[in-house]
Design a protein around this ligand. Structure first.
Ligand SMILES: [Zn+2]
Length: 431
């Protein structure tokens, strides 16, 4: 039955109706389509003679400054920063003005408007369409439906955003709009070496220059799940060998496959455009459990927490639990008997600050099938940068030890309406 369902899903996707399928499955099908998303992420890298790193259109002056940013030294660093803030500008009045060219398809226009809505909801950046007869002061960016690949100029005012029909992925359009607003690629940050390794021997010959670091002020922590991050197989010589290898190997399944603004994206764009002007200065420190300041001066929380400062554990089900003891055992409901169907349990292990959580999986037996039906998700990284958890099923965690990066580890166990297995038995301790 499940195999049949998978086939039906694949069939629907091939028929071009996968958006409907996604909606129908309330987002759960998303991981199943990761392969498609990886394809979409590659679209940002369609080579174009005017573009750097695949999709950044720059003027000759910007190109010159950008190459200085790539070769910055201790001596010229201050000067290059000055040049770059002149060459790459924010939109005046925090307002991006766009103008649709008649070449743009209705489908792309709808995705673009959805991306605009997401930025409008989450940041203080305003978006105005320059319709016929526009007489405003701000030069619009032209949104084109033709071009070889998806690309954008960096910052404003004016410029070009090229979204031909092949760019019909929401994540890709968010990414290009991010460039239009003024963002560069996440993986070109000077601190990327702490989070990813560039595997040069896997890069398509002639494209190594697209993996250079470009110096600029770093506003927020590094974010593997940023809409501005490349996927692990960007410019891969064979399409499958990894060119960007996250230090937490599991993250290559989700890195660069953005489906929405990450919390750190929201934070970064809001800092970039001074959206926190009216908020208390210590707001950032008040946000708990991986939350980031919102433009409304409260915090944007991970789903496991709520409240103005993400201080309240947010899980409704009876099997969900917040654990504050420095050691203990977590078992799937009923263990060692088979776990129940249609169950969702959220576990939050909060160690004292300064300690980390050690998870020691003594037993792990969960339905397989690509983790599509029953699974255990873990968040053991920085939480603040974890938009997509690590997902496990089958016997993947049996005998495995995981150490969290911070004093917080989150897990979610979810089962569907059929086929139940023994579940899991994990010992945890704070160290
Ligand atoms: Zn890009």
């Amino acid at each position: 039955m499940k195999v049949l369902m998978l086939l039906l899903l694949v069939g629907s996707a091939l028929a071009g109706t996968d958006q409907g399928v996604r909606d129908e499955f309330n987002g759960e099908a998303v991981d199943f389509f990761m392969g498609k998303d990886k394809m979409a992420a590659m679209l940002e890298m369609t080579p174009s003679p005017h573009c750097l790193e695949g999709d950044m259109e720059m003027s000759e002056e910007q190109k010159e400054v950008y190459s200085m940013m790539q070769e910055v030294t201790a001596e010229n660093s201050a000067r290059v920063r000055r040049y770059s803030s002149n060459a790459f500008r924010q939109w005046p009045d925090k307002t991006l003005v766009y103008q649709f060219d008649s070449s743009l398809s209705d489908e792309i226009k709808a995705l673009f408007m959805a991306a605009v809505d997401e930025f409008t909801e989450r940041t203080c950046i305003k978006f105005v369409e320059a319709k016929d007869g526009y007489t405003g002061d701000i030069r619009p960016i032209k949104v084109w439906g033709d071009g070889n690949g998806c690309s954008s100029t960096i910052g404003g005012p004016g410029g070009n955003l090229k979204l031909p029909d092949l760019c019909n992925s929401y994540g890709t359009i968010l990414h290009e709009l991010g460039h239009a607003i003024g963002a560069l690629h996440e993986q070109s940050r000077s601190d990327r070496g702490d989070h990813v390794t560039i595997n040069e021997e896997n890069i398509l010959p002639g494209y190594a220059h697209d993996f250079r670091v470009a110096d600029r002020p770093l506003l927020a922590p590094y974010d593997l799940h940023s809409i501005m991050h490349y996927a692990s197989t960007a410019y891969s010589k064979d399409g499958v060998s990894e060119t960007i290898v996250p230090h937490v190997a599991k993250k290559s399944e989700t890195m660069g496959l953005q489906k929405g603004l990450s919390r750190l994206d929201i934070y970064t764009f809001n800092l970039m455009y001074d959206c926190y002007e009216g908020c208390p200065e210590d707001l950032k420190d008040k946000c708990q459990h991986g939350g980031v300041p919102s433009k409304e001066c409260t915090c944007i929380c991970p789903e496991e927490y709520k409240g103005p400062y993400c201080e309240i554990f947010n899980a409704e089900t009876a099997c969900s639990v917040k654990l504050n003891a420095t050691s203990g055992v977590i078992q799937s409901p009923g263990y060692p008997a088979r776990y129940p169907i249609d169950t969702e349990c959220v576990y939050a292990i909060e160690c004292p600050v300064g300690m980390t959580v050690h998870l020691d999986f003594k037993d792990f037996d969960v339905e397989g099938y690509g983790c599509f039906f029953d699974f255990l998700e873990t968040k053991t990284g920085g939480i603040i940068d974890e938009m997509y958890p690590d997902k496990y099923c089958d016997v993947a965690l049996k005998g495995v030890n995981i150490q969290s990066k911070t004093n917080l580890a989150l897990m979610k166990f979810k089962t569907d309406s059929r086929f139940n297995y023994m579940g899991f038995d994990v010992e945890y301790r704070c160290e």
